[in-house]
Design a protein around this ligand. Structure first.
Ligand SMILES: [Zn+2]
Length: 467
């Protein structure tokens, strides 16, 4: 196309049309890929169902043998039965047990897959989230075709494809103090595969009042840990952590990142502990904590304090009942939200020290002389950034405050006008902390961009990557 024969405005429009056409092609490609995958999944599911029903008719049509296993079970679980320490008894114990897995994410994926394949009689999965593309690098139970769909649906479908002979219960809701007693009461064992502090306290307390063993795991960054709580006289979570750590110490994968395989390793070990508790074999991690360091490939096991006689939940004189459990404010107690989506927005500085991302875009269009300081950590800045922005991480702002001044002076010199100062971060919290600091340290007119780069992507530039 010859851009020379048209004016500048037309060239922009043509350029935009070409870009949109490319986007359209990419979206169409993705749709057909997902449609193909959905078809393939349905075919696999159908084949699996047929295969299972034919097994049933060939093998399981026969009566249960005297050891309590059907011929189908003997064939399917033969490698378990061959283990002298596990054997028929272990397998029957698994078939008789019911396990609730809270969270169908990075930890929950391997937990649920192993529990389904090994023949746990009934598995409940609780989760209210939907599958998102940035889950898939670690939440290996979910395929691309389920992006946008409920995690429990996706996880249950994966389990049914592996083992149609077990019961699967989908609890498509968030586990909360109001519904936990009812849900947990239906199961023998609970696996905590969540990623937040209020849920950790709530699930532990619920297991204490319902008297259920709890397999608890956590994975963040390059580290993971697991233990078994409230099992055979062992401690509960509160025995070890009577008071929650300060909020700043509680991080999440959406902030700190996580290497995909780390929750995978911990989830597999959680499945192992659940199988040990269910089958009654081996020595569980009750009273001990396993700590996994992915970088050095080191696994340490530390001995934990025993059950605390003064524990608020399980202590000798504790007055913690089902009723007190239901009325306990876990988010208030831990000062952190259960859901990532309900993350509270910080409101630290006055509205006059803030602008929206659209207002910032207008000011770029009007070529207002200014600098934009991006206060995210350097490795975030490398992922993506607004062009021309200057990276001074919040943690280094105090030391590098002279840089702000020199950049402002440079822009003022070039434009012949005073330059203004704007601050941005990922979501609009750290930028407020930075502006608060700048306002008090010689930059009274500094302003932050409300909602950070997320609002920039949402309201100004849809092609700006979000992470
Ligand atoms: Zn306790």
């Amino acid at each position: 196309m010859d851009y020379k024969i048209v004016g500048n405005g037309s060239a922009d429009i043509i350029h935009e049309i070409e870009k949109l056409k490319l986007d359209k092609k990419e979206i169409e490609n993705r749709i057909s890929k997902l449609e193909a995958q959905l078809k393939a999944d349905e075919a696999v599911q159908m084949k699996a169902n047929q295969a299972c029903s034919s097994y049933d008719s060939i093998l399981d049509g026969h009566a249960v043998s005297s050891n309590g296993l059907t011929p189908g079970m003997i064939y399917r679980y033969s490698r378990h039965l061959l283990l002298p320490d596990f054997g028929v008894e272990g397998q029957i114990n698994l078939a008789k047990s019911s396990i609730l897995v809270v969270g169908a994410g990075g930890l929950g994926s391997p937990v649920v897959l192993y529990l389904a394949s090994c023949g746990i009689g009934c598995i409940g999965i609780v989760d209210s989230d939907i599958v998102e593309l940035n889950n898939l690098h670690r939440q290996i139970i979910h395929p691309e075709a389920y992006v946008g769909h409920a995690k429990v649906k996706s996880a249950a479908a994966a389990c049914r494809a592996i083992n149609s002979s077990i019961n699967l219960v989908e609890h498509n809701q968030a586990l909360q103090a109001s519904n936990a007693l009812d849900i947990v009461s239906k199961y023998d064992i609970v696996v905590d595969a969540t990623d937040n502090l209020p849920s950790r306290y709530m699930i532990s307390d619920c297991c204490v009042v319902m008297n259920k063993p709890l397999i608890s795991g956590a994975a963040l960054g390059l580290e993971g840990q697991l233990t078994v709580y409230h099992h055979k006289g062992g401690p509960c979570y509160r025995c070890l952590f009577p008071t929650p750590p300060p909020t700043a110490a509680c991080q999440r994968c959406s902030d700190s990142g996580v290497l995909g395989v780390v929750p995978g390793v911990i989830g597999c070990l959680q499945a192992l502990e659940a199988i040990k508790v269910a089958s009654g074999i081996g020595e569980t991690l009750s009273g001990r904590m396993l700590i996994f360091d992915a970088l050095s490939s080191r696994i340490r096991i530390v001995k934990l304090r025993g059950r605390s006689l003064q524990c608020f939940a399980c202590g000798d004189n504790a007055d913690f009942t089902q009723q007190s459990f239901q009325s306990f404010d876990y988010e208030g107690f831990t000062q952190s939200p259960m859901s990532d989506k309900a993350r509270p927005k910080l409101s630290l500085i006055s509205d006059s020290a803030r602008i929206t991302s659209r207002e910032y875009k207008d000011l770029i269009d009007k070529q207002e002389p200014h600098i934009l300081v991006d206060v995210r950590p350097a490795h975030h800045f490398k992922i993506t950034a607004i062009p021309e922005s200057i990276n001074i991480p919040l943690s280094a702002l105090e030391d590098q405050i002279s840089l702000v001044d020199s950049h402002l002076k440079e822009v003022a010199k070039d434009s012949g006008k005073a330059a203004s100062l704007y601050v941005v971060c990922r979501r609009g919290n750290d930028s407020q902390r930075a502006v608060d600091f700048l306002n008090k340290n010689g930059f009274p007119l500094a302003k932050d961009i409300i909602g950070g780069l997320e609002s920039w992507a949402q309201d100004v530039d849809p092609s700006f990557p979000i992470y």
